[in-house]
Structures are given as structure tokens and as C-alpha cells.
Write a protein that binds this ligand. Structure first.
Ligand code: FAD
Length: 608
């Protein structure tokens, strides 16, 4: 078999913020490091992040500090977050932002020259360091320049299809040896490539393409989640999928594209078809003390934040998404099945164009709507997965020797619901930790295990299997049916019969995937690429549906119509998915780790 081979200490799969930050840390620790990414370098979800990076730098509010950020993050996640991850994240995020600035990132400034910080849902103080509404672009530009300047090898448009482990495979349940490398193919030529390395960092991002309406782009098919599971790692919190409340709903070709939360942070309000600011009807008791009760108080907050409480439009995303869903279901939605988001009534055209330039152009070009003069139509869109690879908080180690995970592919940090801005900071904090730990692991495993020819041949055979079948189904049809299933049956509001039906359909879809066939040849063949992505999407979808069926309560990004309230027992329990010997997903309950008293005290000390 023709195969390109490489040898490294650390291979990072994914070139978003988490992957690049991990690669820089691994390189700086002396490891020979490579980054592999499915699309072009620089084209990762991170680049699409608009609002900003959450970090308690206290530039806008001197009262802000890591303890308040920690408390907001835990409350936003409805206390299911791993406390240690939330602690490290809150403590280290300011340094990671300052470091980015040292490396050349140009943040927006306050009048006295500090990094400007903006308001976002669930954050008690204005704390998102930002660059207009293009923060992710600046973050990636800075990390990418540094990666290239350091001479880190980059393999782009190259997809990893398997992790290789001691004992041969990495291709199935029960094969839990240490990591020896990874196997993949060049998207352009279809040729195979393998990396031998004792450490692999997964930084592959999210799973949004398993859903029909999503802000995610084509790469986000849950590859890292599935690769980790197959190598023997566990996935935690998979029932928690974040539906961002504001995606575009019209025209159909752009349905799901994100409308940043900054629109609400900067003054946009949500209204139903009757023109009512309906969010006042959906303030949960948990957040009542810190949320404005009247429109007058909410309006005053925009000019006097110290003496007024926050508008309910800035409640955490799960609350706002559910409220919009309810308004639309009750027949009070906008003409195209969303609600109205209006910033034009409060802010001047100049202000909107300066603060939200991408949003202005997005609506003008894609929907022919001038957001400086009229309201946008918006509705929930699948945006982010809180669930991911279960990792050790300090090292990002994934439980399989040599495997690490950081960024959206890792779980635990955000509990049942992520606060806006907490992803970019998560990538930097845990990307750095993962890269350093991966380098350290590699330095202790210089006696690396050679890749087995049998395992490589097996990985190649599996990748080529869709070409060997004639008359099988088309990958796009199967993906469409999976997306429809997840949208209809495992979406924002869930019920037991619907999830059971989803699981039955997933079993049938698995059989259809095993029978897919692909036409043409290996050179740039998107149908083949999708055929290789589909098993990942299916396994991740099965994890989401099984965990969601098991959790009999409503919390954060998981709402059960048949169990509509939060439950005290479930408040102490996480769910972990693993792969059973027969290839199906097993779910087991795991008690939450106990929080040390000095952190528990923060919840009394920072009054709401
Ligand atoms: P990504 O940036 O998603 O990168 C994943 C990488 O993995 C890519 O390079 C991809 O090509 C690669 N990859 C995937 N599978 C494979 C494979 N099999 N082989 C090789 N490579 C692979 N968060 C915030 O904190 N603030 C915001 O303002 C914000 N705005 C957002 C706006 C949008 C439109 C979206 C979609 C998300 C936003 N988020 C925001 C969320 C945040 O951007 C993402 O959660 C975060 O960027 C994920 O970063 P990551 O490094 O984990 O992965």
C-alpha cells in the first residue's frame, strides 16, 4: 500500500484556537509538533467567533475578578461543570488574553487605552475582550502567524480518520492501548498518510452538522468525539447541545447562520409579532434577582449598568432559545418562523455599523435587510456541544495514554450550558495545557511503538470500502435523514417516545451507512469524504440521544417536555458515554466531583 509516513512527538488534530494554542505550547516545550486540519489553515470555527473572549480583566468593572467569572460560569452551566476546569479557566483567561496581545492581537480599546470589554449573557460584568464582531479572526490570525513563525509543520486539507493505538487498531471498542499515532488522507489527492507519535491532541471542534439548522460549517461532524470514543475514551455531558437563540431564519439558503449575541449585548431587544418584549415573561426564578423586571429598568441598564439589573434578553442562551421556541409555537412568531431582533430602535446607524460591521453586511448581503433601519428575523440554531471527551482538568489527558483533548471537543468545562465568550477563553487556557502535557508525555515515551502494518492496512481498507460497493446509497441522502431525525426528535424540546424513535432510526441509519457506495475516484471527492464523516456523526448522535433519554430532568441545554423541571438528584450526576464491545453506546452515571469549601463559599460571597 502506498503511504506517506511521518514521525513527531505531538500531533495536534485541528487548527482552530485550541489546536493552534496546543501546538505552540507543545513546540515551546521542545516537542517536534505537527498540526493536521481538515480544511485550509485559518478556516476553523474559531475564525467565525464574533463576540469576544471572556476574561475577568476588570477593565470595564474594577469589581470583576476570577471568582465572579468562576461563579457565573458554574451558574450558567447549572452547576454541572467540572469545578476545577471552571476554576482554571477563570483564573488563567486574563493572562491568555494579555499573551495574545503580546503576540500582536489588536483588541478594541477603552478611551483610556485598556482592552475594551463588552457585555454578554450570563456574565455579571462586561468582560468580553473583543475586536469589533470579528474577534475569532484576530485570534486565529495571531495564533496562525505564531505557528508559522515557530516553524511548526502544518498538514492542511488532510482528514484524520483513525487514531492508532498499541495493540494494533484504534478502530473499535475494547482496543484501549496507548496512542501510537494517527491515520488519514489528503482531501485533494485522496492519498493516505500516517503520523507516528506518542501524543495526539484532539482539537476538532463541534458536531453541528448532525443537525438540520446549525451555525456550524461542513467540517463539524464530530470526528474527534468519535475518534476518542473508538480509542477507549469516555464522552461526558453529551445530552447538552447548545441551541443559540439567534440564527438567521430567512432566506432558507442561509437558515441557521449565526447572529451574534453582541447584538443583544449592544442594545438589541427581542419582540414577538405583536411587538411585545416577551423575554419578561420567561425569567426563571434562578436568575430573577439579577434580571430587570420592567422594560423601564432594562432600558436604564444600557446607560447606567451599576444601578439597574440586566435586561432579560441577556439571560443565558438556553433560557432565551426556549423562550423563542415557545413564542413561535404559540403562534406569535415572525413571518418566517422566528421572532424579531431589533437594535435599530435604540442605536444610531453609525453605532451599529461600527460595533457590528459583520452583522450589518451579513443581513444586507444575504437577506437584503438593513439592520440599521429594520428588525432582523431570528430563531434558534444548533451552535455548540457542551459534551465532549472526558479529560483531566489540569492536563487535558483523555484517559487513554497519550491522548489529550481541548476546546469544543473536550467536555466538562461548561456543564449543561456554555456562556457566550467562554469558548474562546476555554480554547486558549486548555489548548495551552493540553499542548504542554502532550509534550511532557512524549518526552517520557521516547521508546515509541512502531505503527503496525496490519493496523494501517485495516484503516486504509475501511476508508476505501465505499468504493468497493455497487448500487449502495448516496451519502448526502443519509446525512439529510440523520439531520432531520436529530432536528425533529432530539432538538430543543425532547420527550421519551421521540428519543426512542430517534434511536431506532439511528440503528437503521447505521445499516444504511454500512451500505453506502461512492462513485468516481479518490481525487477530491466530497461524496467519499462525507461517507467517511457519517459514521462519526452517527455515533455522536447516538451518544446525544442515549444520554438525553437517560437524563430525566430539564437543565441547561437539555429540556424534557415529560420532565420539565430540574431535579436535585440529577444535579449531582453526570452521564458518561463509552463504546460497548458490540459498537453501541453505553451510558453510565457518574457522581460530580466534590467542590472544595473555599470555592463553594464563592456562591455565598458573590451575592446575586
Ligand atoms: P475549531 O475552531 O472548530 O477548529 C476545529 C479544527 O479541527 C478545524 O481546523 C478543522 O478543520 C479540524 N478538524 C475537524 N475534524 C478533523 C479531522 N477529522 N481531521 C483533521 N482535522 C479536523 N465562542 C466564543 O467564545 N465567542 C464567540 O464570540 C463565538 N462566536 C461564534 C460564532 C460562530 C458562527 C460559531 C460557529 C461559533 C462561535 N463560538 C464563539 C464558538 C467557538 O467559536 C467555537 O466553540 C470554537 O472556536 C471551537 O474552537 P476549537 O479550537 O475547539 O475548534
Amino acid at each position: 500500500m502506498e503511504l506517506e509516513r511521518h514521525e513527531y512527538d505531538v500531533v495536534v488534530v485541528g487548527a482552530g484556537g485550541a489546536g493552534l494554542r496546543a501546538a505552540i505550547a507543545a513546540h515551546e516545550a521542545g516537542a517536534r509538533t505537527a498540526v493536521v486540519c481538515k480544511s485550509l489553515l485559518g478556516k476553523a470555527h474559531t475564525v467565525m467567533a464574533e463576540g469576544g473572549i471572556a476574561a475577568a480583566m476588570a477593565n470595564a468593572y474594577p469589581e470583576d475578578n476570577w471568582r465572579v467569572h468562576f461563579r457565573d460560569t458554574m451558574r450558567g452551566g447549572k452547576m454541572l461543570n467540572h469545578w476545577r476546569m471552571a476554576q482554571l479557566h477563570a483564573q488563567e483567561a486574563p493572562d491568555r488574553v494579555r499573551e495574545l496581545e503580546d503576540w500582536g492581537a489588536l483588541f478594541d480599546r477603552t478611551p483610556d487605552g485598556l482592552i475594551s470589554q463588552r457585555d454578554f449573557g450570563g456574565h455579571r460584568y462586561a468582560r468580553l475582550a473583543h475586536v469589533g464582531d470579528r474577534t475569532g479572526l484576530e485570534l486565529i490570525r495571531t495564533l496562525q502567524q505564531r505557528t508559522v513563525a515557530l516553524g511548526i509543520d502544518v498538514f492542511m486539507e488532510c482528514t484524520v480518520t483513525r487514531l492508532l493505538t498499541e495493540g494494533g487498531g484504534g478502530g473499535g471498542a475494547g482496543d484501549h492501548g496507548a496512542i501510537t499515532g494517527a491515520f488519514g488522507y489528503w482531501r485533494e489527492s485522496g492519498r493516505f498518510i500516517a503520523w507516528q507519535a506518542p501524543s495526539v491532541v484532539l482539537a476538532t471542534g463541534g458536531i453541528g452538522k448532525a443537525y438540520k439548522v446549525t451555525s456550524n460549517s461542513w467540517e463539524y461532524t464530530g470526528d474527534g468525539h468519535s475518534l476518542a470514543l473508538q480509542a477507549g475514551a469516555g464522552l461526558v455531558n453529551m445530552e447538552f447541545v447548545q441551541f443559540h437563540p439567534t440564527g438567521m431564519v430567512w432566506p432558507p439558503s442561509v437558515r441557521g447562520i449565526l447572529v451574534t449575541e453582541s447584538v443583544r449585548g449592544d442594545g438589541g431587544v427581542l419582540k414577538n409579532a405583536a411587538g411585545n418584549r416577551f423575554m419578561f415573561d420567561y425569567i426563571p426564578d434562578f436568575f430573577r434577582k439579577e434580571t430587570a423586571e420592567t422594560e423601564a429598568e432594562a432600558d436604564r441598564w444600557y446607560t447606567d449598568k451599576k444601578n439597574n439589573r440586566r435586561p432579560p434578553e441577556l439571560l443565558p442562551r438556553d433560557e432565551v432559545a426556549r423562550a423563542i421556541n415557545s413564542e413561535v409555537k404559540a403562534g406569535r412568531g415572525s413571518p418566517h418562523g422566528g421572532v424579531f431582533l431589533d437594535i435599530a430602535s435604540r442605536r444610531s446607524p453609525d453605532y451599529i455599523r461600527k460595533r457590528l460591521p459583520s452583522m450589518y453586511h451579513q443581513f444586507k448581503e444575504l437577506a437584503d435587510v438593513d439592520i440599521t433601519a429594520e428588525a432582523m428575523e431570528v430563531g434558534p440554531t444548533c451552535h455548540y456541544v457542551m459534551g465532549g471527551v472526558e479529560v483531566d482538568p489540569d492536563s487535558a489527558a483523555a484517559g487513554v495514554p497519550g491522548l489529550f483533548a481541548a476546546g469544543e471537543v473536550a467536555g466538562g468545562m461548561h456543564g449543561s450550558n456554555r456562556l457566550g465568550g467562554n469558548s474562546l477563553s476555554d480554547l486558549l487556557v486548555f489548548g495551552r495545557r493540553a499542548g504542554a502535557a502532550a509534550a511532557e508525555h512524549a518526552s517520557r515515551h521516547a521508546d515509541r511503538v512502531a505503527l503496525s502494518d496490519g493496523a494501517l492496512a485495516d484503516a486504509a481498507r475501511a476508508a476505501l470500502a465505499p468504493f468497493e460497493r455497487d448500487g449502495g446509497e448516496n451519502a448526502y441522502t443519509v446525512q439529510h435523514d440523520l439531520q432531520q431525525t436529530m432536528h425533529d426528535l432530539v432538538g430543543i424540546i425532547r420527550t421519551e417516545p421521540e428519543m426512542k424513535e430517534a434511536l431506532e432510526r439511528i440503528v437503521a441509519l447505521k445499516q444504511r451507512v454500512a451500505n453506502l457506495s461512492v462513485d468516481g475516484h479518490r481525487q477530491y471527492n466530497p461524496g467519499w469524504h462525507l461517507a467517511l464523516d457519517l459514521p462519526h456523526m452517527l455515533i455522536v448522535s447516538e451518544c446525544i440521544a442515549r444520554a438525553a433519554l437517560e437524563r430525566r430532568e430539564s437543565r441547561g441545554g437539555h429540556t424534557r417536555d415529560d420532565f420539565p423541571t430540574a431535579d436535585d438528584e440529577w444535579a449531582r450526576t453526570n452521564l458518561v458515554c463509552t463504546l460497548a464491545a458490540d459498537g453501541t453506546v453505553a451510558v453510565r452515571q457518574r457522581p460530580l466531583p466534590g467542590m472544595p469549601a473555599e470555592l463553594a463559599e464563592i456562591f455565598d460571597e458573590v451575592s446575586a
